[in-house]
Design a protein around this ligand. Structure first.
Ligand code: MLT
Length: 398
């Protein structure tokens, strides 16, 4: 008889965002006349910028003509996009070769797929609270997970701990869900730790475009020594509104070698076996993000989300509720008022003011008692949610 992957039995019943969506769907079916405001999952609300739309249109037109038509795309990415991304890194003074860049269909897809590079016996260290897919993907693979709890005392950016040595190390900065950022000094400590123990850091840079503070690194490869211990995974979802369009990229330096195996060459072997590349049209649209005009346009969209963050932060400031994020990241992470548990606060917000957020506990047990708002909603929804939240916080006397 076929033996299924029994590790699935070790997962929670449903994935965090799927579970929340089901809960909200049920509420909405039972209360069809109530307007629900969604500040839960980090899904963008602004359309793709003009430069991307014209490049996508050009891509469609190219596919309509025999002379410009593209069939299968190169598995690791179109040369024009790999070059544009590598140029973007080089423009920031980071030495990345075109063939160290791999085009992907998005960071969440890639964060799961990349685990093919690691032995099942490897352990994975997850700094919590954390994007839940890090944990779930490793449970599915049957790996041992080492949880490293972070908190207010370390600014949600802990330092490595010699008692928690791991083969794979996840770092997300700017962080989802806390919005905290790792300083250059802290990242250097992690890089040195990984090199010392032969670990590999999976650096999730999905939110790098939101960094305002000039001293904060956008890439792990700004840190000396990272090229021998890190893989960087990035996405255009949040940077350029590609959540429904799907495009991301991964940087794997050729200097990343363990047990005589070169990770860059392994990923070429993996991609050429497991994919036929990302669609030409989407890659054409993605390349526009790296042009001067494209950069300008996406910055305008990011500024819009940052204004949403300010609206929500004003409410928290007014009630004296402490939070992280909102400045270098599109998430605001705060302690639930009056010592409430995070699911308790979730239910209260849904029932009383019909605002959806994400309970901190969904990002790991140390997230209990915390709550996350996404700032990716529309301005109208954010303003209305802020007003309803203010009313609720006043009424429960925070
Ligand atoms: C989140 O809300 O944490 C993320 O946006 C979800 C995702 O990227 O998959």
């Amino acid at each position: 008889m076929t033996k299924p992957n029994m590790n699935y039995a070790n997962l929670k019943d449903s994935y965090l965002f799927f579970g929340i969506a089901q809960k909200v769907k049920k509420y909405s079916e039972e209360n069809p006349d109530k307007k629900i405001l969604r500040l839960g999952i980090g899904d963008v609300s602004l359309p793709l910028c003009k430069s991307v739309i014209s490049a996508l249109t050009e891509g469609v037109n190219d596919q309509a003509e025999k002379s410009s038509f593209h069939g299968y795309m190169p598995e690791c990415g179109a040369p024009f996009l790999r070059r544009a991304i590598a140029d973007f890194y080089r423009g920031r003074g980071i030495n990345v070769a075109d063939d160290e860049v791999f085009v992907s269909s998005g960071a969440s897809d890639e964060l799961g797929d990349i685990l093919d590079l690691f032995d099942k016996e490897n352990s994975a260290l997850v700094i919590e609270p954390a994007y839940p897919a890090y944990v779930d993907a490793n449970i599915i693979a049957g790996r041992k997970i080492i949880h490293l709890a972070s908190g207010i005392a370390d600014g949600f950016t802990p330092e490595p701990d010699e008692d928690r040595i791991s083969d794979i190390i996840y770092i997300c900065s700017p962080n989802n869900p806390t919005g905290a950022v790792f300083t250059r000094e802290k990242l250097k400590k992690w890089v040195d730790f990984a090199n010392k123990h032969g670990s590999v850091i999976l650096f999730d840079a999905a939110y790098e475009a939101f960094i305002e503070d000039e001293s904060v690194p956008h890439s792990i490869f700004e840190i000396d020594g990272a090229e021998t211990c890190a893989i960087e995974i990035c996405s255009l979802s949040k940077t350029a509104g590609f959540t429904g369009t799907r495009l991301g990229y991964t940087v794997i330096p050729k200097a990343l070698i363990r047990c005589g195996m070169n990770f860059n060459a392994m990923w070429v072997r993996n991609r050429t076996t497991k994919t036929n590349g990302v669609s030409y049209i989407i890659q054409k649209g993605g390349a526009a993000v790296f042009t001067e005009q494209g950069r300008k346009e996406i910055k305008e969209n990011i500024a819009y989300y940052k204004e949403n963050a300010k609206i929500l932060m004003r409410v928290l400031d007014g009630c004296g509720i402490e939070y992280t994020g909102g400045v270098n990241a599109p998430y605001i992470w705060f302690k639930c008022p009056n010592g409430m548990g995070s699911w308790e606060f979730f239910d209260l917000l849904l029932e009383k003011i019909r605002v959806v957020g994400t309970p901190g506990e969904g990002f790991g047990s140390c997230g209990d008692g915390y709550f996350r708002f996404s700032t990716f909603g529309s301005r109208e929804d954010t303003l209305e949610a802020a007003e309803r939240l203010q009313g609720l916080l006043n009424s429960i006397k925070v």
